[in-house]
Ligand binder design. Sequence first.
Ligand code: ASN
Length: 307
Amino acid sequence: MSGADATSGAERERRTQRLGLVSDVLAETTRFFHGEGFTQLLPVMLGRSTDPLGPDPGSSVLRTVEVDYLGQRFYLMNSMILHKQLAVRELGKIWILSPNVRLERAERGSSGKHLFEFTQADFELPGARGAEVRALIERYYARLGSALREHPVFASLGVEPPRFAPPWEVLTTHDLEAKYGPDWEGDASRDREQPFWALCHRREFYDREDPDDPGHFLNYDLIYPGGFGEALSGAEREWKPERIRARIARDGIPHAAFRAYLERSEGLVPSAGGGFGLERLARFLLKTPHVGDVQLFRRVPGERAEL
Ligand code: ASN
């Protein structure tokens, strides 16, 4: 066998092992949400409205993909947030393995954590507050860590198995900016050995503004340690139609894209939830250089896709 074949054979074997871990993470995630009483829904991929992904200083999406089909305009899912908000009223606690397409700028290819197609575990709980969601997610990671600790992939790839030790530090973006500057995520992540929560981001209209403290937001991100950065984003939601309309107007995002959602907004109820990227989770567990390394077919911005 030539050297090149041996190398690609070894790399193929590592890829098979990484994908095996992704499969086991999916199985554990499914067991967890079902055990917590969530109803699993199949994903929506084309919607008459979708997540605007902005205004958000962290977003760098070029555009939302529009599909005109038989006289209707659809958008490819940036995330299912708007559909989740409508679904919780009838269905209670829900979760979805939700594929998202986000056309990131080419420069994002070198961040190590951006993909233009990925899957998130996306969940929503009617009537919940942020603290309840954060406790749920801490239970999830603690359980995932114990379930995977003896997984042979870690010894085989020479990576430390995960040690998640919640409860985790809770900070605000104001604390983080004061210490690390406006681009706090990388340095704050590199400074820590456990994940931490970052609260209060000024971003999309569906994250609830604190009624007692305008200009502050009842949302949260979970950040991985070691420079791996954002794991999850979530929030308590705006559900009052007049507040949603005012936020959309304030953000200056085109109304047409939200007409179908706004027409149904009288049916919204208070809820909270979030979503975490499964590829980012697998990358964090396996400490691969790029999140594309845990995909079967890499979807890295600016890279030529194999298939
Ligand atoms: N899934 C996120 C949430 O529930 C939204 C997103 O992915 N942009 O808040």
